[in-house]
Design a protein around this ligand. Structure first.
Ligand code: SF4
Ligand code: MG
Length: 314
């Protein structure tokens, strides 16, 4: 495909055990350089765990993570520290991740202090440049986080993530805490920055319309498993997995002529500590068959570039 770099996550990966909870189970996907891969699912499905495991903020217990063809699953902390320059994370609540006692200048300089050899003067210049890149200005540098709105704080978080010219940014619900009008401003900013700096995003969110707005491809997670993955338009127009179909049926259409039958799922999401046998979705799936209780479906390419884990397609 002519794309040299990619970030691959494969395996029976991330059987990350939190107590006895298996937050993320079978997962296998590749992110192409320059793309925005959306990951969507309800809370507790393992989206954030996946993002953190890629950055090794939590240790995956099995499987393999590849970054630009290097296996980074078992590299030393020292090597990982160097790689962190290339891989950044933006969190849902920028306020919680910005030290309230530090000025914006100090906050954005911090990664520069760790990873670059810039002089104090050059660092200051870089901070001002970054503030402008995210739509703020140099005079904001001497202010404190509480003096900013939620949207502005997320801009500061983005500026900090960009400080060392990263390649991959994990965005963990970056707009969920913001008003809808501010959400689209931040999403537009992030899209523009992707183009400008050839960034790659893994964009994690529970909101289907947010993911649709920004992503090139979208993966759907349920109970620690990726159940469907394809390009955005295909996923939203022709979803294959019964879980994706149910999720999308709940999104109101903007077109009043489009009548959608809402698929109501029965029951609750099972306890991740004791996931169902076979297909993890079988306890709630309107299309479940006998085989679904016994055999776990493989995550297969059912059509070109359209992956799905469901016995209806294998
Ligand atoms: Fe439903 Fe069976 Fe497909 Fe699972 S494998 S999503 S239970 S039809
Ligand atoms: Mg989360």
């Amino acid at each position: 495909s002519g794309l040299k770099k990619h970030f691959t996550i494969t395996g029976g990966v991330f059987s990350r055990k939190i107590g006895s909870v298996q937050a993320v189970n079978d997962l296998s996907f590749t992110v192409m350089e320059g793309e925005i891969l959306g990951i969507v699912g309800e809370s507790g499905c393992g989206k954030s765990t996946t993002g953190k495991a890629i950055l090794r903020l939590i240790e995956p217990t099995a499987g393999k993570i590849t970054f630009e063809d290097h296996d980074i699953t078992d590299i030393s902390d020292e090597e990982m520290r160097k790689l962190r320059r290339d891989m950044q994370i933006i969190f849902q609540d920028p306020y919680a991740s910005l030290n309230p006692r530090h000025t914006v200048e100090k906050i954005i300089s911090e990664p520069l202090l760790i990873h670059s050899e810039l002089s104090a003067e050059k660092r200051k210049e870089r901070v001002h440049e970054l503030l402008e890149v995210v739509g703020l200005s140099a005079y904001h540098a001497s202010r404190y986080p509480h003096q900013f709105s939620g949207g502005q704080r997320q801009r500061i978080g983005i500026a900090r993530a960009l400080a060392n010219n990263p390649k991959l940014i994990i965005c963990d619900e970056p707009v969920s805490a913001l008003d809808v009008s501010v959400q689209s401003q931040i999403l537009n900013l992030m899209s523009r920055l992707r183009d400008e700096f050839n960034l790659t995003y893994i964009f994690i969110a529970h909101d289907l319309s947010v993911v649709k707005h920004i992503s090139d491809r979208v993966g759907v997670m349920y109970l620690g498993n990726m159940v469907e993955l394809t390009n955005k338009d295909t996923l939203y127009e022709k979803p294959k997995h019964p879980y994706t179909q149910a999720l999308l049926s709940a999104v109101p259409s903007l077109d009043p002529d489009v009548k959608k039958d809402r698929i109501i799922l029965q029951g609750d999401v099972p306890n991740p500590a004791s996931p169902p046998s076979g297909c993890v979705f079988h306890t709630r799936c309107p299309k479940a068959m006998d085989i679904c209780k016994q055999i776990k479906p493989d995550f297969l390419e059912a059509e070109d570039h359209h992956f799905v884990a469901c016995h209806l397609y294998d």
